[in-house]
Design a protein. Structure first.
Lengths: 210, 282
C-alpha cells in the first residue's frame, strides 16, 4: 500500500489536471481549482520543512563541533535575528515591508548587499574566465568568439558609436540563428517533459517514490 | 617572446582591478552615452501606453537583490508610466525575497507623484490606485488558479487587509479583469506566466527580464505571445529614455559599455599571445 496509494493519488491528480485543461467546466473546473489550492498549501508547508532542515542540520553541526561550525552559528543567529525582527515588525506596524522597520533594516542593509555582492563577484570571475577560455582554437570556437563579440558590443550603446550597423547585426543574431537553436532545444525539452509527465502519471516512472 | 607569453597569461588580479576601474570611473564621472531604443522596448512601451486610462496592470516581482540593478529600473519606469496614464496597479510576486523591492519601488514612485500632485485628484492612494497582494506559495498552480478566482489564493493583501475591503480589488476576480501583466523576471517565472496565464487565459503580457533571461524570451516576442520585451540593463535604459526620466539604467550604460570593451580587449590580447606562442612552439 506504501506505493499503491501515492501512485493512485498521482494518477488521479494528473488525469484531473490534464482533462480540466481541455474541459474547464463544472464540476471538473472546481475540482482543478481545489487541487491547485491544496498544492499551494502543501507548498507552504514545504517552506516550513526547509526551515526545519536548515535549523536541524546547522544545530547538529554546532553540537558536534564539525568543521566550519562557526559558520553554522552565523546561520542560526542570522535566522533567529531575522525571525525576531519579522515578529517585532509585524507586532508593531502590522506591515512587514514597512520601510524603516527592523525587518526591512535587516533586508536592506544585510540581505540585499550580501546577495548583490555574491552576484557582482561573478562579473570578475566571468572576465577572468573569458580571457583564459575564449581562445580561437577551432573554427567553432572562432565562430562563437566572433558572435559573442558582436552581441556584447551590439547590446551596449558604445556598439552603435563604433559602427552604426552593429546593433542591427546583433538583433539579427538574436532573432534568427539564436532563436532557431533555442526553438529546437525548447521543442525537445517540451517533448521530453510530456513523455516524462505521462510516465509519472501512468506509474511507469517511480523513482520519485524512493 | 616573453611579452607574448605574458600577454597569454595576464594575472587575474590585473583583470579584476581594471574591470573595477572600468565600472567605477564612469559612475563617478557621471558619463552618459546616447541610447537607441529597440523595437521590443518600443512595443512594451506601446502596450502600456495604448491601454485606455484607468486600465488594470498587474506587476509581478519575480527577482531579488542579485538581479535588482537590472530589473528595478524597469519597475520604476513601468510604474511611472502606469500612473502617468492613470492605470491601476496590482502588484504581487513569485519570489518572496523580491517582494520588498516591489514595495520600495512602489513607495519611491508613489511618493514622487504625491509630492508633485497639485490636488488630491492627482495623488495616488493605496487601495484605490494600487495594491500589493504580496507572495503566496504555489507558483504555476497560483498562475493557473488566478485565472479562475484571485480570492482563492489572495483572500488578503500583504498587510492582511481583506481584498474586498480595497476598492481597486472589488471588481477584480480573474484575468478577465486584468488588462496587462508586466512580469519582471530573473528566472523561469516569465516562461510560466506566458505558458499558464498567457496561452491558457489570453492574458496580455509584457516581460522585463535580466540580460541572461531575455534571450529566452525572444521567441515569445517573435510569435507575438508577448506584447513587448525589456531586456537587461540596456532595455531598462531604453525604457527610461522613452519615459524621459533617466535613472540607474541609463547611468549603468557607460560602465557596462566600458566593461564589455575591456573584456573584448582582454580576449583579443589573450588570443594574440596564444597564437604567437603556438607558432613559436610549432
Amino acid at each position: 500500500m506504501k506505493k499503491e496509494i501515492p501512485l493512485a493519488i498521482t494518477f488521479l491528480t494528473g488525469v484531473i489536471i490534464v482533462v480540466t485543461f481541455f474541459i474547464p467546466h463544472q464540476p471538473l473546473g472546481g475540482m482543478q481549482q481545489r487541487l491547485l489550492i491544496w498544492y499551494s498549501i502543501v507548498l507552504g508547508f514545504t517552506l516550513l520543512l526547509g526551515v526545519d532542515s536548515l535549523l536541524r542540520s546547522n544545530l547538529q553541526k554546532i553540537m558536534r563541533r564539525a568543521p566550519g561550525w562557526p559558520y553554522a552559528v552565523v546561520v542560526v543567529a542570522g535566522f533567529l535575528a531575522t525571525l525576531a525582527a519579522g515578529i517585532h515588525t509585524w507586532a508593531t506596524t502590522k506591515d512587514l515591508l514597512s520601510l524603516g522597520s527592523s525587518f526591512m533594516y535587516i533586508y536592506t542593509y544585510m540581505i540585499v548587499p550580501l546577495q548583490a555582492t555574491m552576484f557582482a563577484l561573478l562579473a570578475f570571475f566571468i572576465a577572468s574566465a573569458a580571457y583564459r577560455a575564449f581562445r580561437a582554437r577551432t573554427l567553432e570556437a572562432t565562430l562563437l568568439l566572433v558572435t559573442a563579440a558582436i552581441v556584447m558590443l551590439g547590446r551596449v550603446p558604445v556598439g552603435a558609436e563604433i559602427w552604426d550597423k552593429l546593433p542591427g547585426l546583433q538583433d539579427w543574431i538574436m532573432e534568427i540563428p539564436q532563436m532557431a537553436a533555442k526553438r529546437g532545444i525548447f521543442i525537445g525539452v517540451a517533448l521530453g517533459t510530456i513523455a516524462m509527465s505521462l510516465r509519472v502519471i501512468l506509474g511507469l516512472e517511480r523513482t520519485y517514490l524512493s | 617572446m616573453k611579452f607574448f607569453e605574458k600577454l597569454a597569461s595576464i594575472d587575474r588580479r590585473i583583470i579584476y582591478l581594471l574591470l573595477a576601474l572600468a565600472v567605477v570611473v564612469p559612475i563617478l564621472l557621471k558619463l552618459v552615452l546616447p541610447i537607441t531604443v529597440s523595437e521590443p522596448v518600443k512595443s512594451a512601451y506601446a502596450a502600456i501606453d495604448g491601454l485606455s486610462d484607468g486600465s488594470v496592470v498587474m506587476v509581478s516581482i519575480d527577482y531579488d537583490a542579485s538581479s535588482a540593478p537590472e530589473v528595478q529600473p524597469m519597475l520604476l519606469s513601468v510604474l511611472r508610466h502606469c500612473f502617468a496614464k492613470k492605470h491601476k496597479v496590482v502588484m504581487l510576486g513569485q519570489w518572496p525575497l523580491g517582494l520588498p523591492f516591489g514595495e520600495i519601488g512602489m513607495t519611491t514612485v508613489v511618493d514622487e507623484i504625491n509630492r508633485a500632485a497639485q490636488s488630491p485628484a492627482d495623488s495616488i492612494r493605496y487601495g484605490a490606485n494600487y495594491v500589493n497582494l504580496g507572495y503566496r506559495p504555489g507558483y504555476r498552480a497560483l498562475m493557473v488558479g488566478l485565472g479562475r478566482e484571485f480570492r482563492d489564493f489572495f483572500a488578503t493583501d500583504y498587510r492582511s487587509a481583506p481584498v474586498d475591503s480595497l476598492p481597486l480589488m472589488r471588481p477584480i476576480h480573474n484575468y478577465n479583469d486584468i488588462d496587462l501583466l508586466v512580469g519582471l523576471e530573473a528566472g523561469q517565472a516569465g516562461d510560466e506566466w506566458i505558458q499558464y496565464a498567457g496561452a491558457r487565459y489570453g492574458l496580455q503580457i509584457v516581460i522585463g527580464a535580466t540580460g541572461v533571461v531575455a534571450p529566452d524570451m525572444f521567441h515569445y516576442m517573435q510569435a507575438r505571445q508577448i506584447k513587448g520585451l525589456i531586456g537587461g540593463l540596456q532595455g531598462a535604459a531604453e525604457y527610461e529614455t522613452l519615459m524621459q526620466h533617466p535613472g540607474t539604467g541609463t547611468a549603468g550604460m557607460v560602465p557596462q559599455s566600458w566593461a564589455h570593451l575591456l573584456l573584448l580587449a582582454f580576449i583579443v590580447l589573450g588570443n594574440v599571445g596564444y597564437f604567437v606562442m603556438r607558432r613559436k612552439k610549432a
